[in-house]
Ligand binder design. Structure first.
Ligand SMILES: CCCCCCCCCCCC(=O)SCCNC(=O)CCNC(=O)[C@H](O)C(C)(C)COP(=O)(O)OP(=O)(O)OC[C@H]1O[C@@H](n2cnc3c(N)ncnc32)[C@H](O)[C@@H]1OP(=O)(O)O
Length: 138
């Protein structure tokens, strides 16, 4: 593994910092140059939950959205926005446990970038799977 820390977007809800966005999750995003995926490690707390102790699915969608967006950004300076996002919740994500998200750039076709993502627990179980089509802004 050779991880490079990406700079993030200061005001971003997922990868921002508390000065520019006090509500940001403040997650650090890394790029693994060998495996060619993004790497986001996190331990959710109670404030991330919908049902007690169970992390809100919409918040997990935001994390994989960012993981995938940065998988494009790692090799491309153009701006892409999420056009279509799909997500499957396979196993509940619990507060207080450690997780890792990975985002992969699969391919580009014209203005479209096809990506995928997973969130895994410490035992390596897949909890969340996602995919997205990002559109390069003209
Ligand atoms: C510092 C940096 C940090 C970088 C890192 C930043 C991290 C933050 C990441 C957050 C990402 C977000 O959540 S972004 C926020 C959520 N997303 C949005 O708000 C996007 C809202 N939608 C739009 O603005 C628009 O619909 C666009 C820009 C996506 C497309 O509009 P357009 O420019 O008029 O393009 P259009 O002609 O319609 O389509 C262009 C091509 O894309 C295809 N296309 C368009 N929409 C879709 C779609 N939903 N699903 C599939 N394909 C689509 C079309 O078929 C066409 O293909 P072809 O005919 O060319 O083959």
């Amino acid at each position: 593994m050779s991880l490079v820390k990406l700079q993030g977007t200061p005001s971003c809800f997922v990868c921002g910092n508390e000065n520019d966005n006090p509500r940001s999750l403040g997650l650090n995003i890394f790029w693994d140059n060998e495996s060619r995926y993004t790497f986001i490690s996190f331990i959710p707390d109670e404030s991330w939950c919908g049902y007690e102790g169970m992390v809100h699915g919409g918040l997990l969608a935001a994390i994989i959205d960012d993981a995938m967006a940065w998988s494009i950004k790692a090799s491309d300076d153009d701006i892409y926005v999420t056009g279509k996002l799909t997500i499957s919740f396979r196993k509940e994500v619990r507060c207080g446990k450690k997780y890792v998200a990975h985002g992969f750039l699969e391919r580009k076709e014209g203005r479209r970038a096809y990506t995928s993502a997973v969130i895994k627990d410490e035992e390596g179980n897949t909890c969340v799977e996602g995919g997205a089509i990002f559109i390069r802004v003209k």
